[in-house]
Ligand binder design. Structure first.
Ligand SMILES: Cc1cc2nc3c(=O)[nH]c(=O)nc-3n(C[C@H](O)[C@H](O)[C@H](O)COP(=O)(O)OP(=O)(O)OC[C@H]3O[C@@H](n4cnc5c(N)ncnc54)[C@H](O)[C@@H]3O)c2cc1C
Length: 381
């Protein structure tokens, strides 16, 4: 498995997937055949999570190839990301509570042998140890493996979900505050209260194509309990006035500027903001930071070829920039935290149309959100 940090690589991957594998996606997507056999899924998440390819671009290309009905499952999966994002945007305290919990739990578990064995891949649960190594070596796991992994972490190894989510964030190329935190909350049974995801021997055996067998797991656990209730914020996600500034900030979630809804504006300067470990609450693996940096460099080169004025800055530089700045909205996560905790009031936000339109449907569950998909496609794609 190979994730080259460039837009051209990502586009090739997408085109290949649509041509050869999309048609069988809904039938085969749950199978994890191992890191050398990933054609049954798209492996696009490291690019979509960085805005190198957008959900809109993917869906529109798929619909040129097949009808909506034939594409339905894949489109739903693509839109899960927007749903999770919107869900967290409406309840940002879930993210800040998660970070607070993680800080305390990390301190309490720093010498816990179960935890230390788990992150070294030395639990003697063969599949789990294998996924730990795969995560560290390839910076990616199949969706089903992420579910099994999280379930074993929480219910068989008895470790807090927050620590597992932090471990994923450290190593995943697609590490994303919403999909990751809410994915772990969902497995634990705190996202849909009382409904946990339980990994089982037969399911792992079947969907890994018999690569693992005779796995001793706790298959009757009770869900994790979290009594906190989060009320929904009333936020319209309205764009700042475009005449406020001619300088644009781009964070790591929206890197392909030409696909933003603002690419027709004549910005004097475009700054790509790199956020390193000094300023992150969850420290990332060096390979993940390098992946982000290389994607930024690829985009800078791309814009320079079109004679646009752009450069990479460090997130800490923002404190010294006193002029008004516009920014493609970084979403709830580490970059927005930096802006808020440093009270950088001179930065105002521009939102993607697809987010403005769809986040209002994220107040309830995904099954409700799903009903609006045809409408979203009609209006936006
Ligand atoms: C515990 C847990 C943690 C996760 N952490 C992350 C994370 O940090 N970052 C991340 O991008 N995804 C995360 N996911 C979601 C999902 O596992 C990955 O997006 C998916 O495995 C990416 O592989 P793919 O591109 O081949 O997906 P495909 O099956 O080819 O799907 C196509 C695209 O749809 C989107 N998608 C598919 N499933 C999901 C989903 N469940 N949630 C959100 N988007 C989805 C992704 O953009 C993906 O690239 C997590 C899931 C779980 C259960």
């Amino acid at each position: 498995m190979n994730f080259e940090p460039s837009r051209s690589f990502a586009i090739n991957k997408l085109n290949n997937f649509i041509e050869k594998n999309l048609i069988e996606y809904s039938k085969l997507r749950n199978f994890d055949y191992g890191p050398d056999q990933r054609t049954n899924i798209s492996c696009l998440s490291p690019y979509v999570s960085h805005g190198i390819i957008s959900e809109k671009e993917i869906i529109s290309k798929c619909l040129k190839k097949y009808s909506f009905i034939k594409n339905e499952k894949f489109i739903q999966e693509i839109l899960w990301r927007i749903y999770w994002k919107g869900w967290l945007e409406l309840r940002p305290i879930v993210w800040s509570d998660y970070l607070e919990d993680l800080k305390k739990i990390k301190e309490n578990f720093k010498n816990n042998q179960n935890y230390l064995d788990a992150i070294k891949g030395k639990t003697n649960i063969e599949c789990f140890d294998c996924w730990v190594n795969e995560l560290k070596n390839h910076n990616y796991l199949h969706n089903h493996a992420r579910m099994w992994f999280a379930s074993i972490w929480i219910f068989t190894l008895g470790l807090p979900w927050q620590l597992g989510a932090g471990f994923f964030m450290k190593y995943l190329f697609d590490g994303d505050s919403a999909s990751n935190t809410l994915g772990w909350r969902w497995v634990a049974g705190v996202q849909t209260k009382g409904k946990n995801y339980v990994a089982s021997d037969w399911n792992i055996k079947k969907f890994t194509n018999n690569r693992f067998d005779n796995i001793k797991l706790n298959e009757n656990p009770v869900p994790v309990v979290d009594d906190r209730n989060y009320s929904i914020l009333n936020n319209n996600f309205l764009n700042a006035n475009l005449s406020d500034s001619k300088n644009l900030l781009i964070f790591e979630n929206n890197l392909f500027f030409e696909q933003s809804n603002f690419n027709d504006q004549s910005f004097k300067n475009i700054y790509f903001v790199f956020n390193g470990n000094e300023t992150r609450q969850i420290k990332l693996d060096e390979k993940v930071l390098n992946f982000k940096k290389s994607l930024i460099k690829d985009q800078i080169q791309n814009l320079k070829n079109k004679s646009l004025n752009c450069k990479m800055i460090n997130v800490q530089d923002l404190k010294n920039m006193k002029e008004n700045l516009l920014a493609l909205y970084p979403s709830v996560g580490e970059n927005l935290d930096y802006i808020n905790s440093n009270n950088l009031k001179n930065i105002s936000f521009l939102y993607r149309k697809i987010d403005q339109y769809s986040w209002k449907y994220c107040n309830k569950g995904f099954f409700n959100f799903k009903n609006y998909i045809p409408k979203m496609i009609q209006e936006l794609i």
